[in-house]
Design a binder for this molecule. Structure first.
Ligand SMILES: Nc1nc2c(c(=O)[nH]1)N[C@H]1C(S)=C(S)[C@@H](COP(=O)(O)OP(=O)(O)OC[C@H]3O[C@@H](n4cnc5c(=O)[nH]c(N)nc54)[C@H](O)[C@@H]3O)O[C@H]1N2
Ligand SMILES: Nc1nc2c(c(=O)[nH]1)N[C@H]1C(S)=C(S)[C@@H](COP(=O)(O)OP(=O)(O)OC[C@H]3O[C@@H](n4cnc5c(=O)[nH]c(N)nc54)[C@H](O)[C@@H]3O)O[C@H]1N2
Ligand SMILES: [Mo]
Length: 761
């Protein structure tokens, strides 16, 4: 049975990858050059200067690139190459106008690549695709809101509507959006986090009682040892490298755990420093553990056994005072054997012993991670094992130590804090209902994967998205696109054209909005919004550029107007006030969400404020038992049949999730194309695949179904044995919808058993 053979939305002609050797170093002068060239091309010289100088400044806007915090001492240009690309992508002068839509039928747009769609520029007008129509046509905001209200009214129950959010959404917009969904009557608030750090949230909430990281920037500098597992900061969090470099100069040791030797973690040239532009850079990693995909839980469990068996290595006072579950965990850990761990990890024994020595020599340890740990079937268990590892030596709740899940989207953490979740806590709903005088729905809503199932099965009929690119970011592209086409109405609040605008329900709307870089003037004067970074710091973000078009509305205003139209007079919420003055929204946030007391005053302080975090601040663990919890999940790792490879789907250096900036992956030595599959030379030889040959990738699923992504250039690459890597979103077609992490339902997009079939180009 074949589920998906899809190359939909690709321009194969454009995709002609050239391959050279991977780079050892990240950033430095080439990075600055690339960033400026791309920025000038998209924005011109003046806008480049106006925007790039304002990124992450205390009176500027929050970089839409990633969620890494800014720190107290900011450089004049606290930006990185990829932050600059993110800004250029938004501040481009290219425009997608009503004339553009008149010249391009939706069916033709659906044939275009995501790269091409994004390059067309900023959306300028609200656009409507009527049932059966071939083209989007302009529509007034009033008409657009009326169409949405009509469709929502026609639903049998509010639970037939889905309110998706992507993590660029500001706190103010997110708060209003969840309020709209809940006043309407549903908790169907899936978000990109479901595909991202949900596994971290699930594991941390259960074990330390707070689903967020417990370290601040100064903790990195104060650590003896930082472990970076399953993360590629050189591309995805470049400013993190500056923090690692600073720590390194203070004597911190760094262990990197990754199947790929990623540039930046090996050597880093700091573009914020003159010496870093030209010099040879800092070697960040002291010990590189080139692990097999999915081997991390086994590795940490063995390290935990070895710690337990070392006299005096366990922080017995901490364990006794602050944790429970130690005995059961220690019992399970003692049963761990070397052989199985060596198989699971593919690591030589002496490397693990070396890691152990570094762990034991460290009094203060931080573990950082990202998608390499969260997107596996056993992701939650893996992250719980990381928590066990830190708890054993008392490494949570003191300076220089802790858990550091490095978030993706710039405000994905803030959106959760604001209540964007399908599983709201009862206390949050109580507070929300009290503040706005209504009965919030109590039944859990749909997450991302469940929302796709509901659309597929006809249980959900209206899909709204506040940002993002749902059909490209989600798994099982063919299944998801069919599901989307079954909707009665799909609505996207967006800055740029993307594939989700082309694969639509019976009717569709595109609602164009302001980006971070743009000035937001409302009835109540010039507005700013707020965001929360990966370390729980909340600060203001103000754009300066003239909006891309006079027709754009900011997200909070779109939501507020829509809410009034949908809810009518049954809502006593003062939506009109919220649309005009965001400080009114912040007043309400302050009353509903703990940690935001006196929000408007505290946010006016340059740099903002840090949210409380009980484990970090007071070693208080708000779990079910009031203690930090050791947990002893069975250790698992992916099983690989003979002749198969384990595929991870990851980001190139020239993309922001589904937004493709360019066709190069400079640090990995790939240029001019994205349909590449990185394979260890020995594995490739065994499979009869010379470097430069072409192969189709086929994944197999338990139910016998197969999914194929055709035509990938084989690149011999020094990844771990048995493992392969290819870019997302081209490979999302390979990820079965039901292949998700236990306990978080996150698509296991770093853990696909595939076979490679040689093909001609
Ligand atoms: N420029 C840029 N910046 C971004 C983004 C972007 O697309 N472009 N996306 C943003 C978002 S939303 C996110 S979530 C983050 C993502 O940031 P990352 O998590 O760094 O992104 P990925 O490209 O998915 O890289 C996963 C890394 O984990 C490694 N890995 C994969 N599987 C395993 C495993 O089983 N074990 C171990 N130890 N390592 C593994 C891979 O080799 C790779 O280095 O970046 C954010 N920042
Ligand atoms: N196979 C595979 N799949 C993955 C992943 C993976 O590693 N492998 N990673 C997953 C992860 S970590 C994530 S976070 C998701 C990302 O999923 P999403 O967040 O849904 O996707 P993005 O590509 O970030 O969304 C890009 C779109 O957002 C819109 N946009 C940009 N800025 C703004 C703004 O300011 N306001 C509004 N309203 N819209 C804006 C633009 O129209 C742009 O086209 O993908 C997931 N999917
Ligand atoms: Mo993400």
């Amino acid at each position: 049975m074949t589920r998906g053979v899809s190359s939909s939305g690709q321009d194969p002609v454009q995709d002609a990858p050239q391959v050279g050797p991977p780079r050892q170093t990240a950033a430095g002068l080439p990075a600055v050059g690339h960033a400026l060239r791309m920025a000038r091309e998209e924005m011109g010289v003046k806008r480049t200067a106006l925007t790039l100088l304002r990124v992450n400044q205390k009176d500027g806007f929050d970089c839409p690139g990633c969620a890494w915090p800014e720190g107290e001492k900011r450089h004049t240009a606290e930006f990185c190459e990829n932050g600059a690309k993110a800004v250029a992508e938004e501040a481009t002068r290219a425009r997608v106008t009503p004339e553009f839509f008149a010249g391009h039928p939706v069916a033709a747009l659906a044939e275009r690549s995501g790269y091409w769609l994004g390059k067309q520029g900023r959306l300028t007008h609200p656009m409507y695709l009527a049932e059966g129509a071939t083209h989007y046509t302009p529509v007034s905001w009033e008409q657009a809101f009326t169409i949405i209200a009509e469709e929502l009214d026609a639903l049998a129950t509010p639970d037939e509507a889905v309110f998706y959010t992507s993590g660029r959404t500001s706190n103010e917009a997110a708060f209003l959006y969840q309020l709209l969904a809940r006043e309407f009557g549903t908790n169907n608030l899936p978000d990109c986090s479901n595909m991202c750090h949900e596994s971290s949230g699930a594991a941390l909430t259960e074990t330390i009682g707070v689903g967020k990281g417990s370290v601040l920037l100064e903790d990195l500098a104060g650590a003896d040892l930082i472990i970076v597992a399953g993360q590629n900061p050189g591309t995805n969090h470049p400013r993190m490298l500056s923090a690692l470099e600073q720590a390194k100069h203070g004597g911190t040791k760094i262990i990197t755990i990754n199947p790929l030797p990623e540039a930046g973690m090996t050597r880093f040239k700091n573009p914020q420093k003159a010496s870093g532009l030209l010099g040879s850079g800092t070697a960040l990693t002291d010990l590189f553990l080139q692990i097999r995909l999915g081997g991390d839980q086994a590795l940490f469990r063995l390290l935990n056994r070895l710690i337990i068996e070392t006299d005096g290595a366990v922080d017995a006072d901490f364990v006794a005072a602050h944790t429970d579950g130690y005995d059961a965990f220690a019992h399970a850990a003692r049963a761990t054997v070397w052989d199985a761990t060596l198989t699971a990890t593919g690591l030589p024994r002496d490397r693990i012993e070396q890691a152990l020595r570094m762990v034991l020599a460290s009094r203060r340890t931080v573990v950082c991670w990202a998608m390499g740990l969260t997107q596996h079937p056993h992701a939650v268990a893996t992250i719980r094992e990381v928590v066990n590892f830190l708890l054993l030596r008392g490494n949570i709740g003191r300076p220089g130590a802790g858990v550091c899940p490095v978030r993706g989207h710039s405000n994905v953490q803030g959106d959760r804090t604001m209540g964007i979740t399908e599983q709201p806590a009862p206390a949050f709903l109580d507070a929300l209902g009290r503040e706005f005088g209504f009965q919030p729905p109590r039944a859990p809503g749909l997450d991302t994967v469940e929302a796709i199932r509901a659309l597929r099965d006809g249980r959900a009929k209206v899909f709204l998205a506040l940002g993002g690119n749902f059909v490209s970011a989600t798994p099982d592209t063919a299944v998801t696109e069919d599901a989307m086409r079954r909707a009665a109405l799909t609505v996207h609040v967006s800055t740029k054209l993307n594939r989700s605008h082309c694969v639509t329900g019976a009717r569709a709307l595109i609602l164009p909005t302001l980006g971070r870089t743009e000035r937001d003037v409302r009835g109540g004067g010039e507005q700013f919004v707020t965001v929360e970074d990966s370390m729980g710091m909340v600060h203001a973000s103000r754009g300066r550029l003239e909006p891309a078009s006079g027709e754009l509305l900011p997200e909070p205003a779109i939501i507020a107007h829509l809410a009034r139209r949908v809810l009518g007079q049954r809502s006593t919420t003062p939506w009109e006030e919220f649309a005009d003055d965001y400080s009114r929204v912040r007043e309400r946030i302050a009353r509903v969400i703990p940690g935001f007391e006196d929000f408007n005053t505290r946010i006016s302080k340059p740099g903002g404020f840090t949210l409380p975090h009980a484990p970090r601040d007071e070693r208080r663990f708000p779990t079910a038992t009031g203690k930090a919890r050791f947990t002893a999940a069975p250790v698992t790792w992916p099983q690989l049949p003979q002749g198969r490879l384990l595929l991870q789907t990851l980001r190139s250096h020239d993309q922001y999730n589904t937004t493709i900036y360019g066709l190069d992956d400079r640090y990995r030595g790939i240029t001019g194309g994205r349909r590449v599959v990185l394979v260890h030379p020995d594995d490739a030889h065994a499979l009869g695949l010379p470097d430069g040959s072409y192969a189709d990738l086929t994944s197999q699923w338990h139910d016998g179904s197969e999914r194929t992504a055709p035509g990938f250039r084989v690149v011999h690459y020094p990844t771990a044995r048995g493992c392969a890597a290819a870019y997302y979103p081209e490979t999302n077609v390979l990820v079965p919808l039901d292949h998700t992490a236990h306990g978080s339902n996150t698509p296991a997009s770093k853990s696909l058993v595939i076979r490679l079939t040689p093909t001609t180009r």
